[in-house]
Write a new protein. Structure first.
Length: 184
């Protein structure tokens, strides 16, 4: 019962975050930055699952997130994987409207990932806590190309977005991988 509630809660959050684009399937280059630390990789997305691949000094790191199973599988370079509960903060924000949004003001236009975008200052109410951020939306495809904090301390952006069917095998643990316990 508790797992069902978790799936329904996460499902509702995902539906709110991608509902206008719920049937979207895409792949893209994704860059995230927090402070001076920056990471780039590839994201593959379907409405209830997504895969993120990042390079690291230890080899490629892959995370497969499955809303339908409420799990995340971390694939490790040694052909093992760890299974953990899906966290709500892992949901990609791709829809133009952000959950918890209470105010939106257009502040300009910009080019992001090769697409013309409209830049907005967005105010969110997250359980009584106010947060303000910037969002760049490509109006031709109604897709959030970039998010950034108001103070510039973090950002996440998409580049080379390709709207196309994603192969189902991308969202499964590959054959030959062994499940290992999560280390604390």
């Amino acid at each position: 019962m508790q797992r069902l509630c978790l799936v329904l809660t996460i499902g509702g959050a995902l539906w709110l975050s991608v509902s206008p684009a719920f049937a979207l399937e895409f792949s893209a280059e994704q860059t995230t930055r927090k402070g001076a630390q920056s990471m780039s990789g590839k994201i593959y997305f379907q409405s209830d699952r997504w895969r993120v691949e990042m390079a690291s000094p230890d080899g490629p790191k892959v995370a497969i997130h499955r809303l339908d199973k409420a799990v995340t599988w971390l694939l490790l370079p040694n052909q093992t994987y760890v299974e953990m509960p899906l966290r709500i903060d892992q949901l990609p924000q791709v829809a133009p409207k952000i959950p918890g949004e209470v105010e939106r003001t257009r502040v300009g236009a910009d080019l992001v990932g090769g697409r013309k975008t409209e830049k907005y200052r967005v105010t969110l109410d997250l359980n009584g806590r106010k947060q303000v951020l910037y969002q760049w939306v490509a109006p031709d495809v109604q897709f959030s190309m970039k998010l950034a904090s108001l103070d510039g301390s973090w950002e996440s952006a998409f580049d080379r977005v390709a709207f196309d069917h994603q192969p189902p095998h991308l969202f499964e643990v590959p054959a030959g991988y062994t499940k290992v316990p999560m280390q604390r």
